[in-house]
Design a protein around this ligand. Structure first.
Ligand SMILES: NC(=O)c1ccc[n+]([C@@H]2O[C@H](COP(=O)([O-])OP(=O)(O)OC[C@H]3O[C@@H](n4cnc5c(N)ncnc54)[C@H](OP(=O)(O)O)[C@@H]3O)[C@@H](O)[C@H]2O)c1
Length: 345
Protein backbone atom coordinates (compact mmCIF):
# COMPACT_ATOMS: atom_id res chain seq x y z
CA UNK A 1 0.00 0.00 0.00
CA UNK A 2 1.18 3.52 -0.77
CA UNK A 3 2.62 5.64 2.07
CA UNK A 4 0.87 8.76 0.87
CA UNK A 5 -2.56 9.38 -0.60
CA UNK A 6 -4.51 12.06 -2.40
CA UNK A 7 -7.40 13.94 -0.88
CA UNK A 8 -9.62 16.73 -2.16
CA UNK A 9 -9.80 19.71 0.18
CA UNK A 10 -11.99 22.80 0.07
CA UNK A 11 -9.79 25.70 -1.07
CA UNK A 12 -12.45 28.45 -1.28
CA UNK A 13 -16.15 28.82 -0.52
CA UNK A 14 -18.12 28.66 -3.76
CA UNK A 15 -19.41 31.96 -5.11
CA UNK A 16 -22.27 31.14 -7.44
CA UNK A 17 -21.96 27.60 -8.82
CA UNK A 18 -18.99 25.64 -7.41
CA UNK A 19 -15.97 25.59 -9.71
CA UNK A 20 -13.11 23.06 -9.88
CA UNK A 21 -10.76 25.82 -8.63
CA UNK A 22 -12.68 25.93 -5.33
CA UNK A 23 -10.97 22.63 -4.49
CA UNK A 24 -7.34 21.49 -4.21
CA UNK A 25 -5.74 18.04 -4.38
CA UNK A 26 -3.32 17.41 -1.52
CA UNK A 27 -0.87 14.58 -0.93
CA UNK A 28 -0.90 13.44 2.72
CA UNK A 29 0.25 10.34 4.66
CA UNK A 30 -2.11 7.36 4.62
CA UNK A 31 -3.66 7.17 8.12
CA UNK A 32 -3.20 4.11 10.33
CA UNK A 33 -6.07 2.33 12.03
CA UNK A 34 -5.95 2.12 15.84
CA UNK A 35 -7.88 -0.10 18.23
CA UNK A 36 -11.49 -0.85 17.19
CA UNK A 37 -10.95 1.15 14.00
CA UNK A 38 -11.06 0.22 10.33
CA UNK A 39 -8.87 1.39 7.46
CA UNK A 40 -10.86 1.98 4.29
CA UNK A 41 -9.78 2.21 0.67
CA UNK A 42 -12.18 4.44 -1.22
CA UNK A 43 -13.70 2.85 -4.33
CA UNK A 44 -16.41 5.34 -5.36
CA UNK A 45 -17.30 8.92 -4.43
CA UNK A 46 -20.83 10.29 -4.90
CA UNK A 47 -20.90 13.93 -6.01
CA UNK A 48 -24.21 14.72 -4.30
CA UNK A 49 -25.80 18.17 -4.85
CA UNK A 50 -26.63 18.47 -1.15
CA UNK A 51 -22.89 18.72 -0.36
CA UNK A 52 -23.24 22.20 -1.75
CA UNK A 53 -24.76 23.43 1.50
CA UNK A 54 -21.41 22.88 3.20
CA UNK A 55 -19.27 24.72 0.66
CA UNK A 56 -21.33 27.73 -0.49
CA UNK A 57 -20.19 31.25 0.31
CA UNK A 58 -23.87 32.19 0.75
CA UNK A 59 -25.29 29.87 3.35
CA UNK A 60 -28.82 28.68 2.60
CA UNK A 61 -29.44 26.18 5.35
CA UNK A 62 -28.19 25.43 8.80
CA UNK A 63 -26.11 22.57 7.40
CA UNK A 64 -22.63 22.37 8.86
CA UNK A 65 -20.26 24.54 6.86
CA UNK A 66 -16.86 23.03 6.11
CA UNK A 67 -13.62 24.66 7.19
CA UNK A 68 -11.30 25.74 4.39
CA UNK A 69 -8.49 23.20 3.95
CA UNK A 70 -10.70 20.37 5.28
CA UNK A 71 -11.08 17.22 3.13
CA UNK A 72 -14.46 17.18 1.37
CA UNK A 73 -17.10 15.27 3.26
CA UNK A 74 -19.69 13.08 1.59
CA UNK A 75 -20.90 9.57 0.82
CA UNK A 76 -18.47 7.00 -0.53
CA UNK A 77 -18.19 3.26 -1.03
CA UNK A 78 -14.99 1.74 0.34
CA UNK A 79 -13.27 -1.57 0.93
CA UNK A 80 -12.05 -2.53 4.41
CA UNK A 81 -8.30 -3.16 4.09
CA UNK A 82 -7.43 -3.38 7.82
CA UNK A 83 -9.68 -3.91 10.80
CA UNK A 84 -9.47 -4.46 14.52
CA UNK A 85 -13.23 -4.04 14.88
CA UNK A 86 -15.21 -7.26 15.46
CA UNK A 87 -18.03 -6.32 13.03
CA UNK A 88 -15.80 -5.57 10.02
CA UNK A 89 -13.42 -7.91 8.20
CA UNK A 90 -10.79 -7.22 5.59
CA UNK A 91 -12.50 -7.43 2.19
CA UNK A 92 -15.88 -6.13 3.40
CA UNK A 93 -17.27 -3.35 1.23
CA UNK A 94 -19.09 -0.56 3.07
CA UNK A 95 -20.99 2.62 2.39
CA UNK A 96 -20.26 5.55 4.68
CA UNK A 97 -19.27 9.20 4.70
CA UNK A 98 -15.50 9.07 4.94
CA UNK A 99 -15.14 11.75 2.27
CA UNK A 100 -13.11 12.55 -0.80
CA UNK A 101 -9.83 10.83 -0.03
CA UNK A 102 -8.14 7.66 -1.19
CA UNK A 103 -7.96 6.11 2.29
CA UNK A 104 -9.68 6.86 5.59
CA UNK A 105 -9.75 5.55 9.14
CA UNK A 106 -13.10 5.20 10.87
CA UNK A 107 -14.13 4.20 14.38
CA UNK A 108 -17.52 2.53 13.76
CA UNK A 109 -18.48 2.76 17.44
CA UNK A 110 -18.07 6.53 17.42
CA UNK A 111 -20.22 7.17 14.34
CA UNK A 112 -22.42 10.23 14.08
CA UNK A 113 -26.22 10.11 13.87
CA UNK A 114 -26.00 8.37 10.49
CA UNK A 115 -24.70 5.28 12.23
CA UNK A 116 -21.72 3.04 11.47
CA UNK A 117 -20.68 2.26 7.87
CA UNK A 118 -23.25 0.05 6.13
CA UNK A 119 -21.92 -3.34 5.05
CA UNK A 120 -22.94 -4.11 1.47
CA UNK A 121 -24.29 -7.35 0.07
CA UNK A 122 -22.18 -7.76 -3.06
CA UNK A 123 -24.46 -10.47 -4.43
CA UNK A 124 -27.34 -7.97 -4.72
CA UNK A 125 -25.89 -5.53 -7.28
CA UNK A 126 -22.62 -3.76 -8.09
CA UNK A 127 -21.33 -1.99 -4.96
CA UNK A 128 -21.55 1.41 -6.68
CA UNK A 129 -25.36 1.16 -6.44
CA UNK A 130 -25.07 1.79 -2.67
CA UNK A 131 -24.57 5.45 -3.64
CA UNK A 132 -27.49 5.45 -6.07
CA UNK A 133 -30.48 3.20 -6.54
CA UNK A 134 -29.72 1.13 -3.40
CA UNK A 135 -28.64 4.12 -1.30
CA UNK A 136 -29.66 7.67 -0.47
CA UNK A 137 -31.00 8.62 -3.91
CA UNK A 138 -33.12 5.44 -4.06
CA UNK A 139 -34.50 6.04 -0.58
CA UNK A 140 -35.24 9.65 -1.47
CA UNK A 141 -37.07 8.68 -4.66
CA UNK A 142 -39.09 6.08 -2.72
CA UNK A 143 -39.96 8.60 -0.01
CA UNK A 144 -41.04 11.19 -2.57
CA UNK A 145 -43.18 8.88 -4.69
CA UNK A 146 -44.51 6.28 -2.25
CA UNK A 147 -44.74 8.08 1.09
CA UNK A 148 -45.07 11.79 0.38
CA UNK A 149 -46.55 11.64 -3.13
CA UNK A 150 -48.81 8.66 -2.25
CA UNK A 151 -48.95 7.82 -5.95
CA UNK A 152 -51.81 5.54 -7.03
CA UNK A 153 -52.31 3.56 -10.23
CA UNK A 154 -53.61 5.72 -13.06
CA UNK A 155 -52.19 8.98 -11.70
CA UNK A 156 -49.83 11.22 -13.66
CA UNK A 157 -46.63 12.22 -11.89
CA UNK A 158 -44.34 14.95 -13.18
CA UNK A 159 -40.73 14.92 -11.99
CA UNK A 160 -38.11 17.69 -12.29
CA UNK A 161 -34.37 16.90 -12.62
CA UNK A 162 -35.73 13.57 -13.85
CA UNK A 163 -32.46 12.45 -15.45
CA UNK A 164 -30.63 12.79 -12.12
CA UNK A 165 -30.05 10.11 -9.51
CA UNK A 166 -33.31 10.67 -7.60
CA UNK A 167 -35.50 11.52 -10.58
CA UNK A 168 -34.44 8.58 -12.76
CA UNK A 169 -35.41 6.13 -9.99
CA UNK A 170 -38.55 8.06 -9.01
CA UNK A 171 -39.99 7.78 -12.53
CA UNK A 172 -39.43 4.04 -12.55
CA UNK A 173 -41.14 3.67 -9.16
CA UNK A 174 -44.12 5.56 -10.59
CA UNK A 175 -44.30 2.91 -13.34
CA UNK A 176 -44.11 0.07 -10.78
CA UNK A 177 -47.08 1.65 -8.98
CA UNK A 178 -49.08 1.83 -12.22
CA UNK A 179 -48.78 5.58 -12.73
CA UNK A 180 -47.82 7.68 -15.72
CA UNK A 181 -44.34 9.24 -15.44
CA UNK A 182 -43.50 12.57 -17.07
CA UNK A 183 -39.88 13.67 -16.74
CA UNK A 184 -38.31 17.11 -17.08
CA UNK A 185 -34.63 17.28 -18.01
CA UNK A 186 -32.14 19.53 -19.79
CA UNK A 187 -31.60 18.66 -23.45
CA UNK A 188 -33.05 16.32 -26.05
CA UNK A 189 -30.55 13.52 -25.31
CA UNK A 190 -31.51 13.40 -21.63
CA UNK A 191 -35.21 13.43 -22.55
CA UNK A 192 -34.60 10.47 -24.90
CA UNK A 193 -32.76 8.66 -22.10
CA UNK A 194 -35.81 9.11 -19.86
CA UNK A 195 -38.04 7.41 -22.43
CA UNK A 196 -35.48 4.55 -22.58
CA UNK A 197 -35.83 4.18 -18.81
CA UNK A 198 -39.58 3.76 -19.18
CA UNK A 199 -40.90 7.29 -18.62
CA UNK A 200 -44.08 7.87 -20.65
CA UNK A 201 -43.11 11.36 -21.79
CA UNK A 202 -40.39 13.95 -21.29
CA UNK A 203 -39.99 17.70 -21.67
CA UNK A 204 -36.76 19.66 -22.17
CA UNK A 205 -36.68 22.66 -19.81
CA UNK A 206 -33.80 24.20 -21.77
CA UNK A 207 -35.84 24.33 -24.99
CA UNK A 208 -37.63 27.59 -25.89
CA UNK A 209 -40.93 25.69 -26.20
CA UNK A 210 -40.59 23.96 -22.81
CA UNK A 211 -44.07 25.01 -21.62
CA UNK A 212 -45.65 23.64 -24.81
CA UNK A 213 -43.68 20.41 -24.56
CA UNK A 214 -44.82 19.95 -20.98
CA UNK A 215 -48.46 20.67 -21.81
CA UNK A 216 -48.28 18.08 -24.61
CA UNK A 217 -46.63 15.56 -22.28
CA UNK A 218 -49.45 15.87 -19.70
CA UNK A 219 -52.52 17.20 -21.53
CA UNK A 220 -54.79 16.32 -18.59
CA UNK A 221 -52.45 17.77 -15.96
CA UNK A 222 -50.87 15.79 -13.15
CA UNK A 223 -51.91 14.61 -9.71
CA UNK A 224 -48.38 14.62 -8.26
CA UNK A 225 -45.27 16.76 -8.73
CA UNK A 226 -41.92 15.53 -7.36
CA UNK A 227 -39.87 18.70 -7.37
CA UNK A 228 -36.08 18.60 -7.25
CA UNK A 229 -35.50 22.02 -8.77
CA UNK A 230 -37.78 24.99 -7.96
CA UNK A 231 -37.29 28.22 -9.94
CA UNK A 232 -38.51 28.66 -13.50
CA UNK A 233 -39.13 24.92 -13.95
CA UNK A 234 -41.55 24.82 -11.04
CA UNK A 235 -43.28 28.03 -12.07
CA UNK A 236 -43.96 26.34 -15.45
CA UNK A 237 -45.22 23.12 -13.85
CA UNK A 238 -47.58 24.58 -11.22
CA UNK A 239 -50.25 26.01 -13.57
CA UNK A 240 -50.52 22.59 -15.24
CA UNK A 241 -51.19 20.61 -12.05
CA UNK A 242 -54.67 19.32 -11.28
CA UNK A 243 -56.70 20.80 -8.45
CA UNK A 244 -55.64 19.29 -5.14
CA UNK A 245 -52.38 18.00 -6.62
CA UNK A 246 -49.72 16.79 -4.23
CA UNK A 247 -46.29 18.37 -4.47
CA UNK A 248 -43.48 16.45 -2.85
CA UNK A 249 -40.72 19.02 -2.38
CA UNK A 250 -37.47 17.11 -2.47
CA UNK A 251 -34.92 19.70 -3.54
CA UNK A 252 -34.52 23.19 -5.01
CA UNK A 253 -31.27 23.01 -6.93
CA UNK A 254 -32.11 26.12 -8.98
CA UNK A 255 -31.72 28.14 -5.79
CA UNK A 256 -28.60 26.54 -4.33
CA UNK A 257 -25.99 29.25 -3.83
CA UNK A 258 -28.58 32.02 -3.90
CA UNK A 259 -29.03 32.46 -0.15
CA UNK A 260 -32.31 33.04 1.65
CA UNK A 261 -33.38 35.84 -0.71
CA UNK A 262 -33.03 35.55 -4.47
CA UNK A 263 -31.75 38.49 -6.48
CA UNK A 264 -34.68 38.69 -8.92
CA UNK A 265 -38.26 39.94 -8.63
CA UNK A 266 -40.38 38.51 -5.82
CA UNK A 267 -42.24 35.53 -7.37
CA UNK A 268 -43.94 34.56 -4.12
CA UNK A 269 -47.27 36.33 -4.93
CA UNK A 270 -47.78 34.19 -8.05
CA UNK A 271 -46.62 31.11 -6.17
CA UNK A 272 -49.09 31.75 -3.33
CA UNK A 273 -51.92 32.35 -5.76
CA UNK A 274 -51.30 29.02 -7.47
CA UNK A 275 -51.12 27.15 -4.14
CA UNK A 276 -54.47 28.61 -3.07
CA UNK A 277 -56.31 28.45 -6.39
CA UNK A 278 -55.24 24.90 -7.07
CA UNK A 279 -55.60 23.72 -3.47
CA UNK A 280 -52.10 22.29 -3.70
CA UNK A 281 -50.86 20.05 -0.96
CA UNK A 282 -47.15 20.76 -0.55
CA UNK A 283 -44.94 18.66 1.66
CA UNK A 284 -41.18 18.91 1.91
CA UNK A 285 -39.03 16.09 3.15
CA UNK A 286 -35.39 15.60 3.92
CA UNK A 287 -33.27 12.82 5.22
CA UNK A 288 -33.97 9.68 3.22
CA UNK A 289 -36.71 8.65 5.62
CA UNK A 290 -37.78 5.62 3.57
CA UNK A 291 -34.97 3.68 5.23
CA UNK A 292 -34.65 -0.05 4.96
CA UNK A 293 -38.21 -0.64 3.72
CA UNK A 294 -37.55 1.53 0.70
CA UNK A 295 -34.28 -0.21 -0.10
CA UNK A 296 -35.84 -3.66 0.23
CA UNK A 297 -38.71 -2.80 -2.10
CA UNK A 298 -36.35 -1.27 -4.66
CA UNK A 299 -34.00 -4.29 -4.48
CA UNK A 300 -36.99 -6.59 -5.09
CA UNK A 301 -38.18 -4.49 -8.05
CA UNK A 302 -34.66 -4.58 -9.48
CA UNK A 303 -34.60 -8.36 -9.15
CA UNK A 304 -37.96 -8.54 -10.94
CA UNK A 305 -36.49 -6.41 -13.75
CA UNK A 306 -38.90 -3.55 -13.05
CA UNK A 307 -36.26 -1.00 -12.05
CA UNK A 308 -32.98 -0.43 -13.82
CA UNK A 309 -30.18 1.58 -12.32
CA UNK A 310 -28.58 4.34 -14.35
CA UNK A 311 -25.14 5.56 -13.37
CA UNK A 312 -22.26 7.42 -15.00
CA UNK A 313 -18.69 7.01 -13.82
CA UNK A 314 -15.73 9.36 -14.22
CA UNK A 315 -12.25 8.10 -13.40
CA UNK A 316 -9.82 9.18 -10.68
CA UNK A 317 -10.07 11.27 -7.52
CA UNK A 318 -8.62 14.25 -9.41
CA UNK A 319 -11.85 14.29 -11.45
CA UNK A 320 -14.06 14.84 -8.39
CA UNK A 321 -14.01 18.69 -8.29
CA UNK A 322 -14.96 19.02 -11.97
CA UNK A 323 -17.61 16.29 -11.63
CA UNK A 324 -19.17 18.05 -8.62
CA UNK A 325 -19.15 21.41 -10.39
CA UNK A 326 -20.82 19.92 -13.46
CA UNK A 327 -23.87 18.89 -11.41
CA UNK A 328 -24.77 22.59 -11.25
CA UNK A 329 -23.30 23.93 -14.49
CA UNK A 330 -24.57 21.11 -16.73
CA UNK A 331 -23.37 17.72 -17.97
CA UNK A 332 -24.48 14.90 -20.25
CA UNK A 333 -24.62 12.17 -17.62
CA UNK A 334 -27.80 10.27 -16.80
CA UNK A 335 -28.54 8.76 -13.37
CA UNK A 336 -26.11 8.80 -10.49
CA UNK A 337 -22.79 10.51 -11.22
CA UNK A 338 -19.88 8.75 -9.50
CA UNK A 339 -16.12 9.10 -9.34
CA UNK A 340 -14.24 5.79 -9.39
CA UNK A 341 -11.21 6.19 -7.13
CA UNK A 342 -9.85 2.64 -7.09
CA UNK A 343 -10.71 -0.87 -8.16
CA UNK A 344 -11.88 -3.42 -5.61
CA UNK A 345 -9.47 -6.05 -4.33
N1 LIG B 1 -34.89 15.71 0.31
C1 LIG B 1 -33.86 14.88 0.41
O1 LIG B 1 -33.69 14.13 1.39
C2 LIG B 1 -32.89 14.81 -0.74
C3 LIG B 1 -31.98 13.76 -0.85
C4 LIG B 1 -31.14 13.69 -1.98
C5 LIG B 1 -31.21 14.72 -2.95
N2 LIG B 1 -32.08 15.75 -2.76
C6 LIG B 1 -32.20 16.83 -3.76
O2 LIG B 1 -32.83 16.25 -4.88
C7 LIG B 1 -32.38 16.90 -6.07
C8 LIG B 1 -31.83 15.88 -7.05
O3 LIG B 1 -30.74 15.20 -6.46
P1 LIG B 1 -29.95 14.10 -7.30
O4 LIG B 1 -29.13 13.34 -6.33
O5 LIG B 1 -30.90 13.40 -8.18
O6 LIG B 1 -28.99 15.03 -8.16
P2 LIG B 1 -28.17 14.72 -9.49
O7 LIG B 1 -28.21 13.30 -9.87
O8 LIG B 1 -26.83 15.34 -9.31
O9 LIG B 1 -28.97 15.55 -10.58
C9 LIG B 1 -29.05 16.91 -10.47
C10 LIG B 1 -29.58 17.47 -11.80
O10 LIG B 1 -30.30 18.66 -11.54
C11 LIG B 1 -30.38 19.39 -12.74
N3 LIG B 1 -30.14 20.81 -12.47
C12 LIG B 1 -29.03 21.36 -11.94
N4 LIG B 1 -29.16 22.69 -11.85
C13 LIG B 1 -30.40 22.99 -12.35
C14 LIG B 1 -31.14 24.19 -12.52
N5 LIG B 1 -30.62 25.37 -12.18
N6 LIG B 1 -32.38 24.10 -13.05
C15 LIG B 1 -32.90 22.91 -13.41
N7 LIG B 1 -32.26 21.73 -13.27
C16 LIG B 1 -31.03 21.78 -12.74
C17 LIG B 1 -29.30 18.83 -13.70
O11 LIG B 1 -29.95 18.02 -14.68
P3 LIG B 1 -30.25 18.58 -16.16
O12 LIG B 1 -29.05 18.27 -17.00
O13 LIG B 1 -31.46 17.85 -16.57
O14 LIG B 1 -30.42 20.06 -16.04
C18 LIG B 1 -28.51 17.91 -12.78
O15 LIG B 1 -27.92 16.84 -13.45
C19 LIG B 1 -31.36 17.93 -5.62
O16 LIG B 1 -32.02 19.15 -5.48
C20 LIG B 1 -30.90 17.41 -4.30
O17 LIG B 1 -30.37 18.41 -3.49
C21 LIG B 1 -32.92 15.80 -1.70
Amino acid sequence: MAATMKQVVLAAYAQGNPKPGDFRIEEVPVPEAGECEILLKTLYIAVDPLLRFSVDETVLTGAGRMELGQPMVGPVVSEVIASSHPDYAVGDVVEGRSGWQEYAVLAPDLSDYRGPPRKLDRSLAPVSTALGVLGGPGQTAYEGIVKVGRVKAGETVVISAAAGAVGSIAGQIVKVLGGRAVGIAGGAAKCAALLDLGFDAAADYKAPDFADQLRAAMPDGAEVYLDNVGGEVTMTVLPLLKRGARMAMCGFIAYYGVGMEGPGPDRLPGFYRLIMNKGLEIRGFAGMLAGQQGLEDIARWMKEGRIRFAESVVEGIEAAPAAFSSVFSGHDHVGKLLVRVAAQG
